[in-house]
Design a protein around this ligand. Structure first.
Ligand code: PLP
Length: 440
């Protein structure tokens, strides 16, 4: 399959799209067509990796990576993505737990898949064609992305990761996850905000000489390699319920840049047994306003408790509109609900009291949307609330609300015990250039 840009319509094969990230015209790559499946096509596929082999085969067909897909998926889904029924819920509700990866958030799935693909692309270069300098994955992060990308590329031969984060503006546990790697991961604290970090990355990419010397590549969330594997856990969850009960599942997805939500819409469009797809956002209401008013207005992000969703101009909106139409058409197939901070707090408290569930602030937005659905919509069908991160990543928020400490999963505990190291720089391109050269 080929992937076309959302803008000029120019297209690329899978490998080029993965390596480039962004299309040359500044657009995002989308599949030229979406394959059509029926649930029976997945008969015999039990694990997420097995489901993924069938679901993603058409996207990999004809590419140099086609034969590697099973291995790539096995590497990606080295952890569970369980669908757990919520005991005590008034109508059928399950939580899709996407936080069992190394950095305890769903971004591990996309980051690991992309890393596994890029590794194979790099390895496939002939020995004499292979440059001695490693590829430098340059990533600016406001919290979760940097840790997932660092974990995914840690100790991969031929790669180096340089993570930029805003000093003093990430949570203590996020900072730990950004700075605990060592080896081929360089952590850089920028004396500035997230926008400064992004600006530095852009200017480094734009510096042809620097970019050439360090073979820059990006692993940010607009890479098609982060999007595709996310459809796999929706397919896996929907099939599990379909096989057991013969009914479709509707999903509620905590949403920021809309990568996860778009993956759900794509899985449904490919024929998986899914009903409604609802995006739950925090107070950043760009998507909800767009669907309601029909006019897209990007705006500055506002800070909320669900900080990984603090996005005022969701990057995957461009893909959603390109693939599935503008607001008047989208309204019939997706919806968005806004959940404010005080409601998030109250939801975390209540779900702990009612169900014993300990949830992160992002997950709480989805739980709230489920709870406030009209009764007749809640009743007639199976709902899935997506849990995007483990609550132990956000103890400052969650613990005071539930009045007890959040148990830390083993993988996260291991990271929290590691020594950390980072370099501090001014938000100036020359300062970043020095770090890049010094460490090479
Ligand atoms: C990134 C993130 C989100 C938002 O996901 P998008 O794909 O950007 O919409 C939600 N929750 C958590 C915990 C995240 O890290």
């Amino acid at each position: 399959m080929r992937f076309r840009s959302t803008r000029s319509g120019g297209s690329a094969d899978l490998v080029s799209a993965l390596v480039a990230g962004l299309a040359p015209d500044g657009g995002l790559y989308v599949p030229e067509t979406l394959p059509a499946f029926s649930p029976e096509d997945f008969d015999g596929a039990e694990t997420p990796a097995q489901v993924g082999e069938i679901l993603l085969a058409p996207f990999f067909a004809g590419s140099a990576l086609a034969d590697a897909l099973p291995e790539v998926l096995a590497e990606t889904f080295g952890f569970d993505v369980p669908l757990r029924p919520v005991d005590g819920a008034s109508t059928p509700l399950s939580v899709l737990e996407l936080f069992h990866g190394p950095t305890a958030a769903f971004k591990d799935v996309g980051a690991r898949f992309l890393a596994a693909c890029l590794q194979r692309i790099e390895d496939a270069r002939g020995a004499d064609e292979r440059p001695v300098t490693p590829v430098t994955i340059l990533v600016a992060t406001s919290g979760d992305t940097g840790g997932a990308v660092a974990a995914a590329f840690h100790r991969r031969p031929g790669f180096r990761v340089v993570v930029l984060f805003p000093l003093g503006m990430v949570s203590p546990r996020q900072q730990q996850q950004l700075t605990c790697w060592g080896d081929n991961v360089v952590s850089v604290a920028v004396r500035g905000n997230f926008d400064d970090c992004q600006r530095l990355v852009k200017s480094a990419f734009a510096d042809a000489e620097l970019a050439g010397r360090h073979r820059f590549s990006s692993a940010n969330s607009i890479n098609i390699g982060r999007l595709l594997p996310q459809s796999v856990y929706y397919a896996h969850a929907a099939l599990a319920h379909w096989r057991e009960r013969g009914e479709a599942s509707s999903v509620i997805v905590p949403t920021g840049n809309l990568g996860n939500g778009l993956a759900a819409v794509m899985a449904r469009a490919m024929g998986l047994p899914m009903g409604d797809v609802v995006f739950a956002t925090n107070a950043n209401r760009t998507i909800a306003d767009y669907l309601e008013e029909g006019e897209y207005r990007a705006r500055p992000s506002v800070r909320t408790l669900a900080s990984a969703m603090d996005v005022g101009d969701p990057s995957n909106m461009e893909r959603l509109r390109n693939l599935f139409g503008e607001a008047d058409r989208l309204r019939g197939s997706v919806e968005a609900r806004v959940v404010e901070d005080d409601v998030i707090r109250e939801q975390i408290r209540r779900d702990y009291a009612h169900y014993g569930l300990i949830e992160c602030p992002h997950t709480a937005t989805a739980m709230h949307v489920w709870e406030t659905l009209p009764a007749e919509r809640r009743e007639g069908q199976h709902w899935i609330a997506v849990a995007t991160a483990h609550a132990a990543k956000f103890p400052e928020v969650v613990e005071p609300l539930i009045g007890t400490s959040v148990p830390v999963p083993d993988a996260l505990a291991d990271l929290l015990a590691l020594p950390t190291h980072y370099e501090e720089i001014e938000p100036a391109p020359t300062a970043l250039g020095r770090v890049l050269d010094a460490d090479a």
